[in-house]
Design a binder for this molecule. Structure first.
Ligand SMILES: [Cu+2]
Length: 122
């Protein structure tokens, strides 16, 4: 009889431990990635950039990259002759001031043409 009680307690404790550990696991997906100080990262989904306007300082050298949060896209910076895709990381010195158009460079679907944002170099 005593053994059965111990067994039941053991099972209950194990179940509680499993439930506890599941709730403690942080969701990996959608977790914000750390972006370094000299990094300019565009995060794209269907069919938008994560920001409408990105700012960089004139003369600053940045590692420029992009991530696809949803769908497959690319980022072209008009006026800077840059076209990057997921996994690319290019070092760019923003030596031309102004407002530049960012466009999606991969034909990604119906909302493709609306995938625009601006980059302000100042
Ligand atoms: Cu596109």
């Amino acid at each position: 009889m005593h053994k059965w009680i111990m067994f039941a307690l053991f099972i209950a404790a194990s179940a509680a431990a499993v439930v506890f550990s599941i709730t403690m696991i942080e969701p990996k997906e959608g977790a914000e990635e750390e972006v370094g100080e000299n990094e300019l990262r565009f995060v794209l989904s269907n069919f938008e950039f994560d920001q409408q306007e990105y700012h960089v300082k004139l003369g600053e050298t940045m590692n420029v990259s992009m991530r696809n949060k949803e769908g497959i896209h690319g980022v072209a910076i008009e006026g800077y002759d840059i076209d990057i895709h997921a996994g690319d990381s290019v070092e760019v010195t923003f030596d031309k001031p102004g407002t530049f158009e960012l466009v999606c460079s991969v034909m990604c679907g119906l909302g493709h043409a609306e995938m625009v944002a601006t980059l302000v170099v100042e």
